[in-house]
Design a protein around this ligand. Sequence first.
Ligand SMILES: *Cc1c(COP(=O)(O)O)cnc(C)c1O
Length: 384
Amino acid sequence: MMYLLDRDPLLLTPGPLTTSLRTKQAMLHDWGSWDAAFNRMTGELCEHIVALANAAATHVCVPLQGSGTFAVEAALGTLVPRQGKVLVPNNGAYCARILKILTYLGRQAVELTIPEDRPADPAAIEAALTADPAITHVAQVHCETGTGILNPLPDIAAAVARQGRALIVDAMSSFGAIEIDAQRMPFDALIAASGKCLEGVPGMGFVIARRQALEASAGNAHSLAMDLYDQWVYLQRTTQWRFTPPTQVVAALHQALAQHREEGGVAARHARYAANCMALRAGMQALGLRPFLDECVQAPVIVTFHAPAHPAYDFKRFYDGVRSRGFIIYPGKLTQVETFRIGCIGALTPADIEKVVHAVGATLRDMGIVSAHANPVAVTQERV
Ligand SMILES: *Cc1c(COP(=O)(O)O)cnc(C)c1O
């Protein structure tokens, strides 16, 4: 397989992910953070992001240095007052991370526990809000990347709005590929980042914040670097980032957004990822590998598969075999069952996915888990 190694491996991971050549080439320059050309790029990028959520009339975009978690922490720390109380529907690792952040921030949290293979239930969320009038905010993960499950954001947003509470959405792995409309799905803040479905490189997050909520948030933040209000005020006053911006990351995202528009926007990206996801689920099932989630709750973002129930299976060896064939996959993030994950997002098409499936099949044969003629059903048993 050495012939494949003269190019970068394809990343089947939900960020960092495989980017286009144009996006990579956009980083081959130096920019000054005071320079008008760079600051124009920031302004255009924010405008484009707000427009993608149909939010220009009501919301603003505040970019923030760091990985996606930095932006989640900044949004929670800035928008939830110190006396606030946050309901967190929890069906996976990124929901659990929100609970952990709230603990660090000293904000009260209420967890609504949900099995990892089930989407959050809008009626249960509404009931929890009715039962506890002290809850001020709901923090909801849209696509829970730990499993790949899609939570029903439109219905959850409606339930939270009916109860007169504020909604903060972690849409990290859905924004840009699953429709989000601020006018039809009211939220106070929605968080995403450069290196996921927008297909930029990692290094900055952003928060689409309701202008009124942001204006009311002065003084809430516990941290200077994480104060989104201060970042926004400074950006408005100077057109510059407060503190050194990740210039190449901004340039790459600016270029990646142009390609998102050329491809046909959110609907076209969704269609390509959905085709990737279908090819992946079908191809892997033909090898005898069983997806963890039912198709009807699966987001076209990342697919969790049960590990083969075979004594020769070992994730590290499996990973290395697939890696040597030019593809990088992800370990599972579940505690109860042994799984692995393969992403559908990034500059990839179903033709790439077919090659991934081929590499997985060849690796499993090398490991003696699937013989060339064996009945692949032998590996479908769940390994607990
Ligand atoms: C990727 C991701 C994050 C942020 O993770 P980082 O490693 O900090 O970039 C947060 N929430 C979800 C749902 C994600 O997919």
